[in-house]
Structures are given as structure tokens and as C-alpha cells.
Design a protein around this ligand. Structure first.
Ligand code: FES
Length: 165
């Protein structure tokens, strides 16, 4: 051992076995910091849900009934958004609006006229045109649905809390 190294050890003596031990006080500090972080995190999550705005969005006019033939569709986006949606005029005379992204890997979905089904061609996924529920294939959940409001000839859509994620 060189003289330089001896001097260093003299100035900063370290007892190796003790250096690997954690004192009760240090352990209690660690527990307090971790517990405090967890309490703070849970509080923030609870506050987010407690103060969440559950009022539905403003309705937005998409088109008139005569703009979509029976069995036809119309693509649109909501104001201040780039997410594609699809409005369907089914053979039963009803209108339904869904996000046009498959819940599997986000491929575009299309209404298949005459079937009352929405198809995702990427992996043969199928959804119910009335409910958006998965009928077949790998999609893990239903399509995101918008509320459709008919006022005379005009068709409006609105996001509801259930569909906002
Ligand atoms: S992306 Fe639609 S089924 Fe896979």
C-alpha cells in the first residue's frame, strides 16, 4: 500500500461491514418518503376523478339526412380534433356515429352495407353497427360511440362522458 493511499484511508476511514448496514433512522426516512409519495400520487388521481367535468360536449352538426343514402356513410371530425369518425345510415333507417379507429391496432373501420356490421379489414375484426360492440376478431373492446341527435332534417353528434377517455 502506497503512502498516498494510506493517507486517504486515514482521512476518510470506512469500516466496511458497517458501510453496508442501513440504520433504523435511515430506513424510517426512506419509508416516510416512499409512503408520502404514494399518498400524494393517490390523492392526485382521486382529485382528477372528483373534479372531472361530466357534462356532455356541445352538439355539432354533421350533415342533413338527405346527404347520406340508406346504407351509406359519411366521414367527419369533431371541432378541435383530428380523430376520424364515421356516421352510418343503416338499412333500418337509423343513424349511428363511431370513431373510425379499430380498438385493436387502430386501422380504419368501414360499414359493410346490408349487414348491419362494421368491418376492420386489417385482421378481420367485426363490430355491431347498432352498438359498436365487438362481434368477431381480435378487437378488445367496442368502438367509441357518439350520441346522434336528429332535429328535423339535420343530424348532430355529441360526445358523452362514457365515450370520453
Ligand atoms: S386493427 Fe382492427 S382487427 Fe386488428
Amino acid at each position: 500500500m502506497s503512502n498516498e493511499e494510506k493517507q486517504w484511508k486515514k482521512d476518510f476511514p470506512i469500516n466496511r461491514p458497517e458501510a453496508h448496514q442501513v440504520s433504523r433512522r435511515d430506513f424510517a426516512k426512506l419509508l416516510a418518503v416512499v409512503s408520502g409519495g404514494m399518498v400524494l400520487g393517490n390523492g392526485m388521481i382521486a382529485a382528477r376523478y372528483a373534479f372531472e367535468d361530466d357534462t356532455p360536449s356541445e352538439k355539432q352538426m354533421i350533415c342533413t339526412k338527405s346527404d347520406i343514402p340508406v346504407g351509406g356513410t359519411k366521414s367527419f371530425v369533431l371541432e378541435n380534433s383530428a380523430i376520424p369518425y364515421i356516421l352510418i345510415h343503416t338499412e333500418e333507417g337509423e343513424f349511428y356515429a363511431y370513431e373510425q379507429k379499430c380498438t385493436h391496432l387502430a386501422c380504419a373501420v368501414y360499414y359493410k352495407p346490408g349487414t348491419m356490421k362494421i368491418e376492420c379489414p386489417c385482421h378481420n375484426g367485426w363490430f355491431d353497427a347498432k352498438t359498436g360492440d365487438v362481434l368477431q376478431g381480435p378487437p378488445p373492446r367496442a368502438l367509441k360511440k357518439l350520441e346522434v341527435i336528429l332535429e328535423g332534417e339535420e343530424i348532430y353528434v355529441r360526445q358523452t362522458k362514457i365515450n370520453v377517455s
